[in-house]
Design a protein around this ligand. Sequence first.
Ligand code: TYD
Length: 268
Amino acid sequence: MPAAQAPLPPLPHRGAFITLEGGEGAGKTTQARRLAEKLRARAITAITTREPGGSPRAEVLREILLSGLIKDLGAKAEAIVFAAARIDHIDHTIRPALLAGTWVICDRFADSTRAYQGSFGGVDPGFLEVLERTTLDGVRPDLTFVLDLPAEVGLARAAARRAPETTTDRFESEALGFHETLRRSYLAIAAAEPERCVVVDATADEGEVAEAIWDAVCSRLFAEGAPRKAENSRESSGSTRKPGKKREQDEAHPAPAPRSTSSSKTLA
Ligand code: TYD
């Protein structure tokens, strides 16, 4: 068994780790991309990644998980396979990036196991807690966005974005009640860990959601508020900023100075 890794240093001595969570069709992938663009426009190195997947071996496990091939093993076994994929993702993508000072924005992470395999799959919370602690080995998100929307809205969006010839994946094809349970589960996670989680209304316009996310990133992770935009930044303009509201690039702030999280409960 490989030795336990050294604990991650606190912010700002590494990149920040941000996760996006929520049900199907909540817009996590789009928002992850938009947030990375905003950071890069401010000269902050950022990568986007996803779960299950995010490293070559974890992507192989993704194929297996989403095909439904191991569904019959039951939710507990699925949780273990999601965890196996997560271990490889952390070891080969997330931890090295954070240590190199790169911000990591991840589309789904451990809260998805709590919601999908825990709340809906009925896997014992004590088992999942131990599995999560062992799997994460101290690599916990600094900030998690729960993109919240009614299950039927999310499923309609997921169906609209799916190519006509493709079918639903293993989880999309579950009944509406499944997706409602998921929603309640994510809201419960956010309520239990308010220092880590921010709930964002994902029924809002894409630009407004991006703005809410950015505001929370600035207030929670930057000691001095929003970092200034770099010259010649290529970030796409925020199309829905409301008239009269102060634009980000007008705000005079010092260079990015991520808030220290050494005392944060979210860091193991
Ligand atoms: P994906 O196509 O990435 O879905 P989405 O676009 O909604 O994020 O498929 C990932 C699916 O895997 C999704 O239905 C949620 C599920 N999942 C779990 O059940 N447990 C987990 O731990 C993770 C990370 C994902």
